[in-house]
Design a protein around this ligand. Structure first.
Ligand code: DLL
Length: 438
């Protein structure tokens, strides 16, 4: 553990600390003289909120608030007290900007250092960071976290697959941090080039959804390259809250991620009613930043769907855990009246061992009835002629979605070397969005 005192603190002691930090946050927001916060908290008096139990008395914040106050209208400190800003590109219009004080940057590095250690990282490691550097929080986030841990960080950023592989081998990376889809692309290329001398022990993957089946493929692919069992662990975060390092899966108990709730207080709500759901129920993740100075958020609606559980973990950390993300409230697809998340489709597909993990959906809007095409690749070049029908049947019985499944040899579907993978494509025109013949 990178910060054992904080990470394995007794739950009661942490609760006292959270109560204090929450009261302090509200004092800071009340005193910052920022119109957004004055207005949003107009109904709340400091007496209303004595601690975490009173959280539901506070109003939500959400992405539209950041857009409406672009660029710095949610700052709780003067702009000149900040030392850095990141931005995330939205689907439309201006990006949303998030700013940090020097202390925020330190905490960002600490929670990412915790996360790297959670995946098995050590200070003696070489950590190859292939998340994008720049406005995206992934590259710089893992970079500073790696340095804070004491590792030797290689700031490779995204793209340039051949050079990345050379560096991974020659500089002896122990850890690789990048999106799961890029980690898979690197493994495929390394295998095709018969690259020797890789010694990677762990992968720190996040920023996009990936199923347990995808993890199995990824761990197998990297283990075959390195002659050791490589572990891939899930890192979660979002720029509005800090970036990566909000929550992290440990080596000992994969499947759920420890939320570092001494800094980021989680709740799960019913996304339609806004009511808080009990422990263990699936809903929308809402986060409150307890220590963030520059741009705190109160009950921020992440749009991410998961469930929260408390209880002991084999790794000894006492932080509660969220399940691996099953999707976003806004990426749910409605296919002929059936609600389905792309990650559920991935999970159902990848139970089939012949598939190599690369897949894509095309929603064809050209006729009145939406048509769902599911494309998936097999390992190698031989495609079993029965497989498409087997997969279509599985999707119907498991998820109740009817689809046209097309199975391809390995290497047919587009790959993503920079940024987040796009699994869902829409077709309005005759040209096929994946560049495939009809
Ligand atoms: O993706 C921060 C990050 C960088 C996380 C590197 C992990 C690693 P944003 O660009 O603001 O920040 O996007 C945040 O990405 O609300 C989720 O929908 C999605 N996301 C992030 N991590 C995961 C994950 C970064 N592990 C949005 N699994 C979030 C699934 C994830 N989705």
């Amino acid at each position: 553990m990178f910060q054992p005192d904080a990470e394995s603190a007794p739950v009661d002691a942490r609760r006292t600390q959270q109560d204090e930090r929450l009261r302090d946050l509200l004092r800071r927001l009340a005193g910052c003289d920022q119109p957004f916060w004055t207005e949003r908290l107009a109904e709340v008096t400091p007496d209303d909120v004595d601690g975490v139990d009173d959280l539901a008395a506070l109003p939500f914040t959400a992405k539209p608030d950041l857009r409406a106050t672009y660029p710095f209208g949610m700052l709780a400190v003067p702009r000149d007290a900040t030392v850095r800003a990141h931005a995330s590109s939205g689907t439309s219009g201006k990006p949303t900007v998030v700013a940090y004080t020097a202390r925020d940057v330190e905490i960002f590095a600490e929670v990412v250092a915790r996360s790297i250690a959670c995946a098995g990282g050590r200070r003696s490691d070489v950590l190859h960071v292939a998340y994008g550097y720049g406005l995206f929080t992934g590259g710089l986030g893992l970079h500073y976290g790696g340095e804070r841990l004491g590792a030797t960080v290689i700031p490779a950023s995204g793209g340039n697959t051949d050079l990345q592989l050379t560096l991974l081998a020659d500089l002896g990376a122990d850890g690789l941090a990048c999106t799961p889809s890029f980690a898979m692309l690197l493994a495929e290329r390394a295998e095709a080039d018969d690259l020797q001398d890789l010694r990677v022990r762990y992968l720190i993957c996040g920023a996009e959804p990936w199923s347990g089946g995808f993890r199995d493929r990824l761990e197998d692919a990297w283990s075959a390259l390195t002659d050791r069992r490589v572990v891939a662990r899930d890192i979660y975060g979002l720029s509005e809250v800090i970036g990566p390092g909000v929550a992290m899966e440990c080596v000992e108990a994969p499947g759920a991620l420890h939320v570092f709730d001494d800094h980021f207080l989680p709740e799960i709500i019913d996304p339609h009613r806004g009511t808080v759901l009990p422990d263990g129920e699936r809903g929308e993740l809402v986060l409150t930043t307890l220590t963030k100075q520059a741009q705190p958020v109160v009950r921020y609606r992440t749009g991410d769907v998961t469930r929260l559980t408390h209880g002991a973990c084999a790794c000894g950390r006492t932080h509660p855990r969220i399940d691996r993300l099953s999707g976003r409230t806004d990426d749910m697809l409605v296919v002929r009246g059936v609600n389905v998340f792309p990650r559920e489709i991935e999970a159902a597909l990848l139970e089939h061992q012949q598939l190599n993990g690369n897949w894509a959906l095309v929603l064809d809007h050209r006729s009145t009835l939406l048509r769902l095409e599911v494309h998936a690749e097999v390992h190698g070049s031989h495609v079993d002629p029965q497989l498409a029908a087997v997969l279509a049947q599985r999707l119907t019985s498991r998820l109740r979605v009817s689809s046209v499944v097309v199975v391809h040899p390995a290497g047919t579907l587009p790959r993503t070397a920079v940024g987040k993978v796009q699994r869902v494509h829409h077709r309005y025109e005759d040209a096929h969005p994946l560049g495939l013949p009809d």
